[in-house]
Design a protein around this ligand. Structure first.
Ligand code: ATP
Ligand code: MG
Length: 411
C-alpha cells in the first residue's frame, strides 16, 4: 500500500491552496487525466518545511486544465502553449501547472528537447531523488505518494542523490544545486553522487554564463552561503567558475562579518567578497564568463578599486570631509565588502563613518538659494556648495543660519 500524505497536506498547505488543489484534482478526473503535486513541496512536506512554490504536473493537458480553473476561480492566467505550462495567479499565492514531459539532451549543458510524456518520464528528468517525488491529487487516490527513485528513504538518511550516472553531464547546474541543498537542508551528498560530482565538475564549462550566474546567486541568497562556497571549493567546483576563486577561511570570516554589518543586501556584499582575492583582470574574466549585469559588475569592480585605495584611509588624522572625498561614488556593497575584509580598525572606522553618517549629509541650501543670496552664476556656485558641504561634513556648520553665514563670506 503506497504511503498516503493527505494528513500532511492538510497540515502544511494553506487552506486556499488546498481547496484549489482539490478542485483541480476533480477537474482532472473529469477530463480522465491524472494530476500530481511534484518537486520541492513534496520534499518539504516530509521535512515539515513550508514551501510556497506549488508545482502541479498533469498526465494530459495542463493548459486546458489551467484555463478551466481560471474560469471557475477567477485567477489571473499566464500560458506558455509551446511548453504546455501555465501559471494561475491569486492575490496570496500562485500555482504552476505543467504537462508531464520527457526530456532529451542533444549535448551536455544544452537546454533539453521536450515532448509530452508520463509522470515517470517527468520524474526521471529531475535533479535529485528527494525532488523527484509526486503526490496524487485526483479524488480517488488523493494524497498517495509516488516515489520511484527512493526519495523518501533518502530524506530519512538525509542524502542528496542523482537519479542516473549521466545526470551532471546532462545538466551541470545540478552540481551547484546539490551543494546548495546540502547546506540548506542539512543533508550530505550520497557517496556515488559525490564521486560523479567531482568527476563531472568540468561539465560546468558547458553551461551558459546566465545559468551559472543564476545558480551562484541562489547560493548567495542562502542564510550562510560561505558553507556552500567552501564546499564548492573543496569539491573542485569553484575553480570552474573561475580558476582563482577560493572558498577559504578568510572568506568564511568575511561573510560572517558582512551579515552583522547590514541586513539589507548581504547577497550583493557576498558577491563582492567572493571576488576580493581576484586581480582586476581575473575579475573581468569572471564578469564576462557569468555575464553579470551592470550593477553587480560595477560593485565588483569598485570593490577592487577601493581595496587598492584603503591605505589612504588608514590615517587617524583624516577629517570627515577627506573620508567623504575618498569614498564618494563607491556603491554601498563595495564599501561594505571592504569593511568586512579589512583588518585595520582605523580603516574600518572610517568606512563605517561614511556608511552610517557621511553619505547622508545634505546641505539645506541649494544652487538657486546661493544665486538669490548674491553669488554670481557660474563656477563660483559649485565652489561655494563644495565648501559648504565640506564644512557641514566636518561639523563646522549645522543649521541653515550657519550655512547662510558661511555663504555671506563669498559674496
Ligand atoms: P526551492 O525550495 O529551492 O525552490 P524546489 O525543489 O522548489 O526548491 P525549484 O528550483 O523551484 O526547486 O525547481 C522545482 C523542481 O524542478 C525541483 O524540485 C526539481 O524537481 C526540478 N528541477 C529544477 N531544476 C532542475 C534541474 N536543473 N534539473 C532537473 N530538475 C530540476
Ligand atoms: Mg522552488
Amino acid at each position: 500500500m503506497p504511503e498516503n500524505l493527505s494528513a500532511k497536506l492538510e497540515k502544511f498547505l494553506p487552506p486556499p491552496v488546498l481547496a484549489l488543489i482539490k478542485i483541480a484534482g476533480k477537474e482532472a478526473a473529469n477530463m480522465g487525466q491524472e494530476l500530481y503535486i511534484v518537486g520541492g513541496v513534496v520534499r518539504d512536506l516530509f521535512l515539515a518545511r513550508i514551501n510556497y512554490d506549488f508545482d502541479l504536473v498533469i498526465e494530459g493537458d495542463a493548459v486546458s486544465l489551467a484555463k478551466k480553473l481560471a474560469g471557475d476561480t477567477g485567477a489571473k492566467l499566464t500560458v506558455h502553449e509551446r511548453f504546455g505550462t501555465a501559471k494561475l495567479i491569486y492575490p496570496e499565492f500562485s500555482l504552476d501547472l505543467a504537462t508531464a514531459r520527457s526530456e532529451t539532451y542533444s549535448r551536455p549543458g544544452a537546454l533539453p528537447s521536450v515532448k509530452p510524456g508520463s509522470l515517470k518520464d517527468d520524474l526521471i528528468r529531475r535533479d535529485f531523488s528527494i525532488n523527484a517525488m509526486a503526490l496524487h491529487v485526483n479524488p480517488k487516490q488523493y494524497g498517495q505518494l509516488v516515489d520511484l527513485y527512493g526519495g523518501q528513504k533518502d530524506i530519512e538518511h538525509r542524502l542528496i542523490r542523482i537519479l542516473h550516472s549521466k545526470s551532471f553531464i546532462d545538466d551541470a547546474t545540478r552540481i551547484l544545486r546539490a551543494i546548495r541543498y546540502e547546506w540548506r537542508l542539512g543533508f550530505r551528498l550520497e557517496a556515488e553522487t559525490k564521486k560523479l560530482l567531482r568527476r563531472d565538475a568540468a561539465m560546468l564549462d558547458t553551461i551558459s554564463g546566465d545559468r551559472l550566474r543564476h545558480e551562484l546567486e541562489l547560493i548567495l541568497k542562502e542564510p550562510e552561503p560561505e558553507r556552500s562556497i567552501g564546499r564548492a571549493g573543496k569539491l573542485g567546483v569553484l575553480k570552474h567558475l573561475h580558476q582563482s576563486l577560493k572558498g577559504n577561511d578568510n572568506l568564511v570570516e568575511a561573510f560572517r562579518k558582512a551579515r552583522q554589518l547590514t541586513k539589507s543586501s548581504p547577497p550583493s556584499i557576498y558577491l563582492c567578497l567572493l571576488i576580493y582575492g581576484l586581480t582586476e583582470k581575473e575579475n573581468e574574466e569572471l564578469i564576462s564568463r557569468l555575464n553579470f549585469p551592470k550593477t553587480s559588475a560595477q560593485a565588483m569592480r569598485q570593490t577592487l578599486q577601493l581595496k587598492k585605495q584603503l591605505h589612504k584611509l588608514d590615517n587617524p588624522r583624516l577629517k570627515s570631509s577627506d573620508i567623504y572625498r575618498l569614498l564618494q561614488g563607491y556603491s554601498p556593497p563595495a564599501i561594505y565588502a571592504n569593511v568586512a575584509a579589512s583588518k585595520s580598525p582605523i580603516v574600518i572606522k572610517h568606512l563605517n563613518l561614511y556608511l552610517d553618517k557621511l553619505r547622508y549629509v545634505k546641505l539645506l541650501l541649494n544652487g538657486s538659494d546661493l544665486l538669490k543670496m548674491g553669488i554670481p552664476s557660474g563656477p563660483k556656485v559649485g565652489q561655494v556648495l563644495d565648501t559648504l558641504l565640506k564644512a557641514k561634513l566636518n561639523g563646522e556648520v549645522r543649521t541653515r543660519k550657519d550655512e547662510e553665514e558661511l555663504v555671506s563670506h563669498f559674496r
